[in-house]
Design a protein around this ligand. Structure first.
Ligand code: GTP
Ligand code: MG
Length: 454
């Protein structure tokens, strides 16, 4: 059902600045009147017509293509008029002002998409995918946004929701009819079914996690002792002379960041001060900042310039890190640099998973990139990736833990009520993803991050 909002909204839908074409878009209920006033006639639906855009006294402000989309066959589900004129800010402002004179209100960021959502044209994940598609900065990010926009993500979520619903009905029937001879709750099929749901959620969490990284970018910090070649490696990976490289130890003190795209994934490389005991106040501050970056990064490259042949555990290579972050040892890739002078071959060591490179002589760099992708779960950038946000990931994880509780309840004390409650909570979490259950605050938070005109 289409909700008719009282007001008509208007915005310039194209980017600011001078361009060949600029589009002003109107959406609302009295679009016929806007057509009569601005174009001097009513247009046939969904046909491009070359028209003059007129001011209140009949002056031609601009000429261009006008297209009318009647409700509900438009992006927002309301009647929409698109005026495609010349792309100059001044001209577009005049067309916009003319629309304002006739009573149209300037649209808030994302308001067209918000109306599309409220009118049931798209669900919440699709609306978010629109914003992701617009802001995507790499091929993979654009592809996964397109998959979500076409509904792949919401379909997977909806299929789990309906599976949860059927399972709940089964469990609730068992609670309501305890006198039945058959004990529904001990039917192994029920447990199998819950395990199946858990596995589907697991798959979706993986795809969503990669999606979040594609949307936000992966942060990779380069750390290690002074002079091991951190800045050289940063410059090599970033294909630019960003950080100063020098033979003296303790060259880098500030945190240096460089945005790159590697294997289609947006990555922020972070070069830091070398870790060592020092009396220098400046260097101490650099090292403190390096540790904050290590704490926040998605992945860490620990660079060394020795030990290329012996297999050692991270605990002995980097005890301080392991003591601080015992649960995050899998986030570290050990990189042995300067292999040209160590006399070993470039590539991944299969026993220790270390990567041997030479930043200076460009050896083993592709292997390092592949290893980063592998360790961060981005190497299979296959069909599974969807553009996802942190909120989706946390809802999926919450749902997963409720399903896990349901499974535990069922296999331990067979409390039907608790199993049903956990399944219900899991379903609630998932419904927030597509927006079938959503709060006003959530909606305003989501749509306010959109650009104006979308
Ligand atoms: N032989 C050889 N030398 C290298 C290699 N990579 C870096 N170097 C040299 O090692 C020295 C230190 O390099 P940097 O990149 O500044 O090292 P860093 O780890 O950033 O050092 P700090 O900023 O002082 O902590 C420089 O003289 C580099 O030219 C390599 O692959 N082989
Ligand atoms: Mg450096």
């Amino acid at each position: 059902m289409v909700t008719n909002f009282d007001d008509t909204i208007v915005a310039v839908a194209t980017a600011p600045g001078n361009a060949g074409i600029g589009i002003v878009r109107l959406s609302g209920s009295n679009i016929d009147e806007f057509m009569r006033q601005i174009l001097g006639c009513e247009l046939s639906p969904k046909q491009a017509s070359f028209k003059r855009f007129l001011s209140h006294d009949g002056e031609c402000i601009d000429t261009g293509i006008a297209i009318y989309f009647p409700s509900p066959e438009s992006y927002t589900g309301e009647c929409v008029l698109e005026l495609q004129g010349h792309g100059g800010s001044f001209i577009l402002d005049r067309v916009l002002q003319r629309c304002n004179e006739l009573g149209a209100r300037q649209a808030r960021p994302g308001e067209f998409s918000e109306r599309a959502f409220l009118n049931g044209k798209i669900n919440l994940t699709q609306a978010e995918a629109v914003a992701d598609l617009i802001s995507s900065s790499s091929l993979e990010a654009a592809r996964s946004a397109m998959r979500s926009l076409q509904g792949d993500f919401s379909k997977s979520v909806e299929s789990i929701v309906s599976n949860l619903m059927e399972t709940r009905v089964f469990v609730e029937a068992a609670i309501d009819f305890p006198e039945e001879d058959i004990d529904f709750l001990s039917d192994p099929k029920l447990l199998e079914r819950i395990i199946g749901i858990e596995q589907c959620l697991d798959e979706l969490v993986k795809g969503a996690r990669s999606g979040v990284i594609l949307h936000e970018g992966l942060s990779v910090v380069l750390t290690g002792k002074p002079n091991v070649g951190k800045s050289s490696l940063m410059n090599r990976l970033g294909k630019e002379d960003t950080a100063i490289v020098a033979s003296e130890a303790g060259t880098t003190r500030d945190v240096i960041k460089k945005q790159v795209v590697m294997s289609g994934v947006p990555i922020q490389l972070i070069d830091t001060a070398g870790l060592r005991e020092t009396e220098s106040e400046v260097e101490k501050e650099g090292i403190r900042r390096a540790w904050s970056e290590i704490e926040l990064a998605d992945h860490i490259l620990l660079i060394t310039d020795s030990d290329c042949c012996c297999v050692q555990k991270l605990e002995s290579v980097w005890p301080e890190y392991c003591a601080r972050f015992p649960n995050r040892t899998s986030d570290v890739t050990v990189v042995v640099n300067k292999i040209d002078s160590l006399g070993c071959t470039p590539g991944v060591d299969h026993h220790s998973s270390r990567v041997r490179v030479s930043a200076k002589y460009n050896l083993g760099i592709d292997d390092l990139v592949s290893q980063i992708m592998k360790k961060t779960g981005l190497s299979n950038k296959s069909e599974g990736n969807i553009s996802a946000r942190r909120r989706h990931l946390s809802a999926l994880n919450e749902a997963k833990s409720f399903v896990f509780c349901a499974k535990t309840q069922l296999s331990s004390n067979r409390s039907g009520e608790l199993v049903a409650e956990d399944l219900k909570m899991a379903q609630r979490e998932l419904s927030q993803i597509t927006g079938s259950i959503s709060s006003d605050e959530l909606l305003s938070e989501i749509f306010s991050s959109f650009c104006v005109g979308k």
